[in-house]
Design a protein around this ligand. Structure first.
Ligand code: GLA
Length: 384
């Protein structure tokens, strides 16, 4: 009698402990992910939760190497483009699969800007312009990693110190990027940075999503909703003109769920600038509400698998890019071919070329200030 009473109490305590500690269900494993040419080892951190979601992060480039999530029938597939081998990341750096982008996401016109009356020239690597922090941006750096955990999440914290003048940018910039996963299938990315001189910063992540699974065809039938009534229109070199243009009555109107393929391939001037000949998306949408993590900013949905992705962000804009430069020549994980329009990116960001556009939200960071951006990619399923 006494014994069974004790057992019941223990079960009771066990139940309380388990229900009060959902965090225990998220695990982080560490494994080797090859070696850089200079001998430095690259590690992979895998975050798993009890819903069958697994996220792989490698310390080279802070790259999101995999996101495995169940579909509406429980079938798990990997929904981001990437490689199995570190050498393939080194050989294909210009696609930025899954990488942390810094110090400055997207383009800076002719790599030039001024701060406090001083002119800076950063290296150009995209025609006449600088793209994604230059040829040796944060996507090419080995980050210092350590596991982290909180009340209902676990993850990995990555740190990188970019010295004064690296890739032409002023100030030593100390950056931390925290990737965490919880039981709500939310991959949260939190970026912080500090500088010792006035500088410009615009950090993002360059994951390429295909909700049907990476390498399983194109994203044309997947639907997207972007809560943005305006974009920043661009010139032929994808530099913003400085104005905001309404999306109404253009192929950029994604205010309601719309198949990405509906206007992909349309010969509008903007789409032809983004992808000469074919006509693709590669623009910055300006959110109607910005800086709010509690309001969904973008929703993507794949009717065939039922997988849904929601993005929440503190950033004022997002670069929605449709893999226009993929041409079927890249073989990714498990030898799968990544076709043209085989994925889309949702790069939460401040607007391209902001250092040269006084009317855009400022990307300037001063000593004593903290740069902070948080973006959540939340996965769920719905019936088609
Ligand atoms: C961003 C740019 C694109 C392209 C991709 C990577 O989305 O805006 O033009 O460079 O990155 O290929």
């Amino acid at each position: 009698m006494k014994a069974s009473h004790t057992l019941v109490s223990l079960l009771g305590i066990g139940f309380v402990l388990m229900s009060g500690s959902a965090f225990a269900a998220v695990h982080v494993d560490r494994s080797a992910f090859g070696v850089l040419p200079d001998g430095r080892p690259v590690e992979k951190y895998t975050l798993h939760n009890s819903n069958g979601m697994r996220v792989g992060i490698i310390t080279y480039g802070g790259i999101v190497q995999s996101i495995e999530v169940p579909d509406a029938r429980g079938v798990v597939d990997d929904v981001v483009l990437g490689f199995d081998d570190i050498q393939e990341y080194l050989d294909n750096g210009n696609v930025y699969f899954g990488a942390i982008i810094g110090r400055f996401g997207n383009r800076i016109k002719q790599g030039r800007f001024e701060l406090e009356g001083k002119a800076y020239q950063v290296p150009v690597n995209n025609g006449p312009n600088s793209l994604h922090g230059g040829p040796e941006g944060f996507n090419t750096k080995l980050w210092q990693a350590k596991p982290i955990e909180g009340k209902d999440w676990k993850g990995v914290s990555l740190n990188y110190v970019s010295v004064d003048g690296e890739m032409g940018f002023p100030g030593t910039l100390t950056t931390t990027v925290r990737y965490t996963l919880n039981e709500q299938n939310e991959l949260q990315i939190e970026y912080t940075a500090h500088t010792d001189k006035p500088t410009v910063v615009n950090l993002t992540n360059h994951s390429y999503f295909n909700l049907a699974g990476a390498g399983n065809g194109t994203i044309k039938d997947q639907k997207i909703t972007i809560h943005a009534s305006h974009v920043t229109p661009v010139d032929a070199e994808l530099i913003p003109t400085g104005t905001l243009a309404p999306v109404a009555d253009t192929p950029m109107d994604f205010l309601h769920p719309t198949a990405i393929g509906k206007y992909l391939g349309s010969k509008s001037e903007q789409l032809m600038f983004a992808e000469p000949k074919a006509g693709g998306f590669d623009f910055n949408w300006v959110f109607d509400r910005s800086g709010q993590l509690d309001a969904v900013a973008v929703t993507a949905f794949d009717p065939a698998s039922g997988r849904r992705l929601e993005m929440y962000t503190t950033e004022p804009g997002v670069q929605f890019y449709t893999g226009n430069f993929l041409d079927g020549s890249i073989k990714g994980k498990q030898g799968k071919v990544y076709p043209h329009w085989g994925a889309f990116t949702l790069e939460a960001q401040h607007f391209p070329d902001a250092p040269n556009q006084p009317s855009f939200p400022s990307t300037r960071l001063n000593p004593g200030e903290t740069y902070k951006q948080t973006t959540i990619y939340k996965f769920s399923t719905l019936k088609g």
